[in-house]
Each structure stands twice: as C-alpha cells, then as structure tokens.
Design a binder for this molecule. Structure first.
Ligand code: GLA
Length: 295
C-alpha cells in the first residue's frame, strides 16, 4: 500500500517521556504494542521524539545517538522494532536546533535523511524550532522531503510546523504525508477542544496520502474517561493521525478499550478519507457527520 493511503497510526514517546527515553524503554514499548493488541488494532509506527542524540554532531557531520540512552545505536533499535512487526519513526527539526536544543537538520537535510535511511527509519517527524529568520519554511520542508526521497527508502514524512503559513495549502504538494496544524496539545479538555475548533474551517485539506495532524493523543493520561472518549472520537472523525502518547506499561482497561476501539478505528480508517463536518450546533449540542464508504 502506498505511504499514508489512510491516516497513520502509532505511538510517540514525547507526551509522557519527553527527554527521558532510552533503548530499554523503547524496547518495552515495542513489546507492548505487539502483545497488548495495538499492532492488531492498526498502530503501526513506534516513534522516538526529541532528545535522542548528543548535543553536537560527530566529526563526519552526522548526528550521533546519545550512547548512554542508546548504547547499541539506532539501527539496533530499528531492528528490534521491525522484529515486532512494527515500523520505526524518528525525529529531527527544520531549524538549526531541535526544540530541546539538539542538532537540527537545517543545511544538513541530505546527510541526515541518508543517516535515517541507513538506520532503517520508516517515519520522520520534522519539527520547526530554531528556524533561522532568513530561512524559507516551504523550501526547507520541500528540501527534507526531497532528501528523504533521494535515499530510495520509503519514509513517511510527518511535517510539524504547527500550522505556520497555512500548511494545508502546500504540504501535500511538497510531499508531506501529514502536517501538524496546531501548537502542542496539553492533557486537558480545553486544549483538545480548542484544537478541534481551530480546524473547523480547515476541512477538505486532509485526505488520502496527506493528513491534517491535530497532534498526538493525550488518551490515558490526565483526562477523565468521558473526556478521553470524546478526544479519541474527534480525532477519528476528523481523520487526524492517531499517535498514542501514553505509558503503555500502566494502562487501565478503559484506556486500552478506547485506544483499540474497533468501531471508531474503522471510521478513522475508512477508505473514503473524508473529514467530518459539524452540521449543527445548538447550545452545547453538536452534530458531526462523516461520510463513509468508498473503498
Ligand atoms: C515541539 C513539537 C512537539 C515535540 C517537542 C519536542 O514542541 O510540537 O510535538 O516534538 O517539540 O521538543
């Protein structure tokens, strides 16, 4: 199947673990994705976010994995993730440094894309911190998209410029498979409902092969059961990629039930790929409609 024919699904380290990531944790998450029903439910990508590298590039100009966090390097991590029937995602930034201050890929796009490809990476999240004032955002996302293609490896390009310069209008054309359309989601009701409201007039931009990414899921963290259900349902209805961000080691039965809910996932993965629209709002009641059905 071509990349991102349907909205991508997976797990990302950032929301729960931030900089506290290492090989052991990632291996555990891979084990749990495979053994707890996530992989079967469609969660395909295991993505390591910011904070995986040393603060400076190596002498050869390449980004160096932090040897304390990842003593066997990233290829070993990719191999392990692949051995569990999952795909492996990593993170870099279009600016000179990542949001947490690690080396970014600005002016290093081709060498970094090749490094990721050599390690066996299948997905790249590409952030927007520390972007030079003189830089051209669209050109830089296009450069990384081309650099990934030039490796010859199929790598899903997850562009994350937080909705700057109306990404829905050009990210598909530059070859991104998903584009972040908002700032960072927090683990509360106001945050996810604000994100939903902010995308009401951005319908129709998302569809097969390029999806509006409303940020990672906060399900299974600080919200109530009902809030988690509403959050998950809206991401499914609005076709946002489903990247869980919780600690898979300590999930309640309710959280597993929400994240692996087959009916909601079937709506999310429907081949027609049409975003839901809000058809009615009366007081606190809203009616959302999502056409389904085309293969
Ligand atoms: C930005 C992104 C987040 C996360 C952090 C990592 O804030 O929007 O999703 O990747 O950077 O530093």
């Amino acid at each position: 199947m071509p990349l991102a024919q349907l909205p991508p699904m997976g797990w990302n380290s950032w929301n729960t673990f931030g900089w506290q990531i290492n090989e052991k944790l990632i291996f555990e998450m891979a084990d749990l994705m495979a053994s707890q029903g996530y992989r079967e439910a469609g969660y395909e990508y295991l993505v390591i976010d910011d904070c995986w590298s040393l603060r400076e590039r190596g002498k050869d100009g390449r980004i160096v994995p932090d040897p304390e966090k990842f003593p066997n390097g990233m290829k070993a991590v990719a191999d392990y993730v692949h051995s569990k029937g999952l795909k492996f995602g990593m993170y870099s930034c279009a600016g000179v440094r990542t949001c947490a201050g690690y080396p970014g890929s600005y002016d290093h796009e081709f060498v970094d894309a090749q490094t990721f490809a050599d390690w066996g990476v299948d997905f790249l999240k590409y952030d927007f911190c520390n972007f030079p004032q003189s830089g051209n955002c669209k050109a830089r996302y296009l450069t990384m998209s081309m650099a990934l293609k030039a490796t010859g490896r199929e790598i899903l390009f997850s562009a994350c410029n937080w909705g700057m310069e109306e990404p829905g209008e050009w990210m598909r054309a530059i070859g991104a498979h998903m584009y972040r359309s908002t700032g960072d989601i927090m683990d509360n009701f106001v945050s996810f409902t604000d994100i939903v409201k902010s995308q009401l007039n951005k319908l129709c931009m998302s569809g097969n092969h390029c999806f509006n990414d409303m940020d990672m899921l906060q399900v299974g963290r600080a919200m109530t059961y009902d809030e988690d259900k509403s959050h998950f349902s809206m991401w499914c209805m609005m076709l946002s990629p489903l990247l869980a961000g919780n600690d898979l080691r300590t999930m309640s039965k309710e959280t597993i039930e929400i994240l692996t809910n087959r009916e909601m996932i079937a709506i999310h993965q429907d081949g027609a790929c049409i975003q839901a629209e809000r058809k009615l709002k009366e007081g606190s009641v809203e009616v959302w409609v999502k056409p389904l059905g085309k293969a």
